[in-house]
Design a protein around this ligand. Sequence first.
Ligand SMILES: [Zn+2]
Length: 264
Amino acid sequence: MCDTCPSPDRREFLRGAAIGAAALALPQWAFGAHGEEKKPDAGKKGPAKTDARAEHAAANGASHAPATQKVTPDEALERLMQGNKRYVSNKMFHPNESPEARTKLASGQAPFAAILGCADSRVPPEIVFDHGLGDIFVVRVAGNVVEDEGTGSMEYAVEHLGVPLIVVLGHERCGAVKATVETLEAGAEAPGHVAALVAKLKPAVEKTKGLPGDNAENAMRENAKSGAAQLAAMEPILKEKVEQGKLKVVAMRYDLDTGAVEVL
Ligand SMILES: [Zn+2]
């Protein structure tokens, strides 16, 4: 990931040294007007281009702010929710997918949000939040479980790239959670390295056991919420940023049927 970092000195980060203002200074394209990078709408259904651009600009709040002005955690959350609204209503902008966007991003990245999501092929964050290259820093693993490598990736995103928002994105009918429920109910052992996922998901399944409703749904919600809580309390980097008000960590649920996300 450091091939595209604003600062080439990854060792500085790895040593845990304080990241100076220069390292966090965002490049010109950081939160630019994404509408300019929108693909032509020829042949597509949807709102007129001018309306689409206006909506998009509104959806991106600080899109005309100075390049060095970072978005707040709440603004970042609003961007994601607006993108999901577009996705649900089939009015996507598909921002930052053009060759021009790719070229602008080749020398650095400043994503406005990080997402720990499930590896499930039906829940790609860039699509369900209608964002593109350089917008979202994504870690995906089955069951969106919190593990060291993913946590390190989030710390990197927050400390090195200045990301103000982490989302732990669970989803309806998660196969990893369902498999964990079934494995534990049967008193069986999961095969191969799937056992590592089951071990990570087990606390959420056990905590929600016996509650009204669907076991896997309840466990999925619990797993996303506890994952967000774990990350928010993770010392030293994430906890400190949360306490400073520079970072928010939220859990979400994605609905496979409607495409909508909800904050848990
Ligand atoms: Zn899943």
